[in-house]
Design a protein around this ligand. Structure first.
Ligand code: UTP
Length: 297
């Protein structure tokens, strides 16, 4: 029997430089898609996958993130008094049970691998998930839930994977495939940000992982990888070298890179159009935006 995955790490200690000046005072993860901050999408996905303990790796200036999960008694009382039950319910979905959420500090932004390593004492000896909140995934069944279900069959380590055009591969960790079994691939290697033209496949890793505690031990030993940062990819690749199973999982869904401006704007359009109360007005506006300038030419 495979162990259940009940802990998730949310590394949110990055500098978010691509969104300066906004990220000078707002954590990237608090930026909103329609009316919900990125972190709320990540938390909802984790809950759907059965996660019970939420570990945030934070840094200076991320106070708004911690506040976001607190109860807001005055606001709740005022909504209750006005009979605004629908808004109250929305508010309640942001509350976390006492003790379910932990914050660990990453004192310097030394990379994603280092951020995950900072949470090692809270993980101890269990498999765990890692969710990068700036990868937002629209899916009928939430991505991490798909992965946890697949993990019951495979064990080992698992990374979410998606096909990318060859020219985009050097922006990702890329899988070297041993065997392609459809939604699952077994992996014989992983390369972080390969030089253009050298990527071993077009299957790229995106921000969802299920990892064994061995990866934390590997991180203990790793110093600087690509770009001088401590890379999570390197610690996972070491598992392959140690002849332990690592799988790529082709999830069903659409991933938006909300860490980039173009990706964030695309997600805003997609999530806006997905909302019943906005669809008609918003799609009309988009049609006019696209058709009128074309017609004017
Ligand atoms: P990114 O590569 O997107 O970096 O990190 P970033 O700092 O957030 O943003 P830019 O590139 O400067 O605009 C991917 C994920 O890893 C976390 C980030 O918070 C993000 O969720 N991370 C990265 C850390 O927690 N610590 C780090 O040292 C680096």
């Amino acid at each position: 029997m495979k162990r259940r995955v009940t802990k998730a790490i949310f590394p949110v200690a990055g500098l978010g430089t691509r969104f300066l000046p906004a990220t000078k005072s707002i954590p990237k993860e608090i930026m909103t898609l329609v009316d919900r901050p990125l972190i709320q999408y990540a938390i909802d996905e984790a809950r759907a996958a059965g996660i019970k303990e939420f570990i945030f790796v934070t840094s200076r200036g991320k106070g708004a993130l911690e506040d976001y999960f607190d109860h807001a008694p005055e606001l709740e009382a005022s909504l209750r008094k006005k009979g605004k039950d629908d808004l109250l319910n929305i508010l309640k979905s942001t509350n976390m049970e006492s003790g379910a959420i932990a914050y660990i500090r990453q004192h310097r932004a030394l990379g994603l691998g280092h951020a995950v390593w900072c949470a090692r004492r809270l993980i101890a000896n269990e498999p765990f998930a890692v969710i990068l909140p700036d990868d937002v995934i629209a899916a009928e069944k939430p991505c991490l839930q798909q992965m946890v279900e697949a993990y019951q069959e495979t064990g080992g380590c698992m990374v979410a994977a998606m096909e990318v055009p060859p020219q985009a591969a050097s922006a990702y960790g890329v899988l070297d495939i041993k065997e392609d079994m459809g939604s699952m691939v077994s992996i014989k290697g992983m390369v972080e940000k390969p030089e253009p033209g050298t990527a071993p496949s077009n299957l790229a890793v995106i921000g969802r992982y299920i990892l064994t505690p061995k990866v934390l031990q590997n991180l203990n030993r790793i110093r600087g990888g690509a770009g001088g940062e401590i890379q999570l990819t390197d610690a996972i690749a070491e598992e392959i070298r140690n002849e332990r199973d690592v799988f790529g999982f082709r999830f069903r869904g659409e991933r938006f890179d909300c860490g980039s401006k173009a990706g964030f704007l695309q997600a805003t359009v997609a999530f806006g159009l997905a909302r019943d109360e906005l669809r008609e007005e918003f799609s009309q506006y988009l049609r006019e935006m696209v058709i009128l300038p074309d017609a004017a030419q």
